[in-house]
Design a protein around this ligand. Structure first.
Ligand code: FES
Length: 121
């Protein structure tokens, strides 16, 4: 019974965590679209690297597993709101089994968290 699905937890701007499943090879943008996840304005250019609305922020250990960033993605990321050292564009990240269970934060909530210094949960 090969459950080939990869589970991703999206933390939306309001702090709500949404769990979603995708298949290896899907991008995170595909997951958001296929599962109909309500992230305001997400993926405006439909994965053509012409916007930065698919910006997501990861924990560092996760970020290191995501694979290389292309120059094109870097250029677009530079324009993203609330850019961090562990930011990526969701439309450029393909799921693999090793990403099962990762958390992807939608930026605005992260900048809020930082400002309020929240460290407990
Ligand atoms: Fe536009 Fe990713 S959806 S750059």
């Amino acid at each position: 019974r090969a459950d080939n699905k990869v589970t991703i937890y999206f933390v939306n701007r309001d702090g709500e965590t949404i769990s979603a499943k995708g298949s290896p090879g899907d991008t995170l943008l595909d997951v958001v679209i296929n599962q109909d996840i309500d992230i305001d304005g997400y993926g405006a250019c439909e994965g053509t690297l012409a916007c930065s609305t698919c910006h997501l922020i990861f924990d560092e250990d996760v970020y290191n597993k995501l694979g290389p960033v292309t120059d094109e993605e870097m250029d677009m990321l530079d324009l993203a709101y609330g850019l961090t050292d562990t930011s990526r564009l969701g439309c450029q990240i393909c799921l693999t089994k090793s990403l099962d269970g990762i958390t992807a934060r939608v930026p605005e909530s992260v900048s809020d968290i930082r400002q309020s210094g929240e460290g407990s949960s």
